[in-house]
Design a protein around this ligand. Structure first.
Ligand code: NAP
Length: 492
């Protein structure tokens, strides 16, 4: 099915500089989560033969791209930036159509993609090594960087543009060739992004796109000896499996995985600010951000007023099609919908108090899509499954705590450690918190969300392994350091 009305020209794989159909001729439908009967496009589904061709094409192109001067590689990225800016609204609309998030959230995602592409292009004139005195006379000792070779980029559905962009741009500026496998449910932003790179002048074979199932195509890439590095974002379950598989062929691996991000609200906090930010971070993007707030830990004396304000704020949030002006869009897929509703049932069965929401919306205006009310559970025990497991939807669990150290203990008592936040007006408590909390990203008086592209992004514990993404850390992942000793003594 042609997809031109979506602002994309292709619905097939991109291998070795050609848009091609899958070898097996398989395809699948991509649907709009706001209107499940609406098929957005029929996309080619790659098989293992296609993954093999893509890896071979990347291998062939890798040396030529690696030897292209980095500032020239940057020129391609600057051109991608320019084209993406011109197509800003097309990209945003496509994200909303295939993923469901509201248009303002989708615009935020496009802006983030632009930021990272611009930042990575700048690395083309940096990518520093260093020189240092040698212990030998007449010897220059220094370091330089070289690309890994062929890298696999495997991405989830919740940021179908920004996550590919924040992996691909640094991978390319460092001189790697890429095989890109986006999430099966959101391949359209990936296709449009690939088209933009092609139009910007990326040589054939340097970027290859295979839309196809992770369990076969992704798995094949993870085990392939010609893939030197893998940048993966997705669930902890798949990331952990992939990490151990990749070790067998000694690949460099970066896995960004699940989260259960907590906000601590102390009684000295600006309550209005804390309430607004928790509501936004818990229910915006339908709670389907890796940095969404899914737990809030409130000092006992402030709990009642916090909850009163939070419920009022949540009631005011509108649910609907992301293309209309709403705060909370549909959840992204049937699988997500069922999982979230199951967890709401588990929370009730575990004895938590359903303070707000909890329903799948079935009124006529919601009947075509996958809508769930923003949901708040109180009286949550830290041992409950809804307190421990990633739900990845508009469901917030609320805990009460005695003081800061009790709050930090509850915050740390999960397997995850991605993002975290505290609301307090006491600077000493803020610094105690930063020291004590187990998370890769820590915020004070700001939501758990997002991050700036020139700073490292990623989590600890079950939320992340391997070097962080973004900032100069991304260059560290996508390049290898070579240490050079040059003896100019002439043997004297
Ligand atoms: P997922 O099911 O783990 O899938 C992620 C990617 O891996 C998809 O492209 C998937 O392909 C592929 N895949 C599946 N099985 C594979 C295998 N055996 N080998 C290789 N690749 C395989 O995750 P998701 O449901 O798309 O995304 C949601 C998760 O991502 C949540 O846990 C969220 O917290 C996490 N996330 C983390 C961050 C972060 O920075 N920490 C950011 C965003 C999202 P298919 O789609 O074809 O199955």
């Amino acid at each position: 099915m042609p997809a031109k009305n979506l602002g994309i020209e292709n619905n097939n794989l991109y291998i070795g500089g050609e848009w091609v159909d899958s070898t097996g001729g398989d395809s699948y439908e991509v649907r709009n989560p706001a209107h499940r009967h609406q098929v957005l496009a029929e996309v080619q589904s790659a098989g293992i033969e296609d993954a093999e061709s893509a890896i071979a094409a990347a291998k062939e192109a890798a040396a030529g791209w690696a030897s292209t001067p980095a500032p020239q590689r940057a020129d391609v990225l600057y051109r991608v930036h320019e084209l993406m800016r011109e197509r800003f609204e097309e990209f945003a609309r496509l994200i909303t159509l295939e993923e469901g998030k509201s248009l303002p959230d989708a615009r935020g995602e496009v802006q983030r993609s632009l930021n990272i592409i611009q930042y990575a292009a700048g690395e083309g004139r940096r990518m520093f090594g260093y020189t240092t005195p040698s212990e030998s006379r007449d010897t220059v000792a220094y370091t330089l960087r070289r690309p890994l070779g062929v890298v696999a980029v495997i991405t989830p559905w919740n940021f179908p543009l920004a996550i590919p962009a924040w992996k691909m741009a640094p991978a390319l500026i460092c001189g790697n060739a890429i095989v890109f496998k986006p999430a099966s449910s959101t391949p359209l932003s990936a296709i449009k992004l690939t088209e933009t790179f092609v139009e910007a002048g990326l040589p054939p074979g340097v970027l290859n796109l295979v839309t196809g199932p992770g369990r076969s195509v992704g798995d094949y890439m993870v085990n392939h000896p010609d893939i030197a590095g893998i940048s993966f974002t997705g669930s902890t379950e798949i990331g952990a499996k992939l990490y151990s598989q990749a070790a067998a062929t000694l690949k460099k691996v970066q896995c960004e995985m699940g989260g259960k991000n907590a906000v601590i609200v102390l009684s000295d906090a600006d309550m209005e600010q804390a309430i607004g930010s928790v509501a936004l971070a818990a229910f915006g993007s339908t709670g389907q951000r890796c940095t969404a707030t899914s737990r809030v830990i409130v000092e006992e004396s402030a709990l009642d007023s916090f909850l009163e304000g939070l419920v009022e704020r949540t009631r005011g949030m509108t649910v609907g099609d992301g293309l209309d002006s709403c705060d909370v869009g549909p959840v992204a897929s049937e699988g997500q919908f069922e999982k979230i509703m199951e967890y709401i049932g588990i929370g009730q069965a575990e004895g938590a108090n359903l303070l707000h929401g909890g329903r799948a919306l079935t009124e006529p205006e919601f009947s075509e899509g996958l809508y769930i009310e923003p949901t708040i559970f109180t009286e949550v025990d830290p041992g409950m499954r809804i307190a421990q497991e990633e739900i990845f939807g508009p469901v917030l669990t609320v805990f009460s705590c005695r003081d800061l150290s009790d709050a930090i203990e509850i915050s740390n008592d999960v397997q995850f450690g991605l993002s975290s936040s505290i609301y307090t007006s006491d600077v000493r408590k803020a610094f105690r918190y930063i020291e004590g909390v187990d998370a890769g990203m820590v915020h004070v008086n700001a939501p758990t969300l997002g991050g700036e592209v020139h700073l490292p992004f990623g989590g600890s514990k079950a939320s992340g392994v391997g070097p962080r993404e973004q900032g100069t850390e991304a260059v560290n992942f996508f390049s290898e350091v070579v240490t050079a000793y040059v003896d100019y003594s002439g043997g004297t």
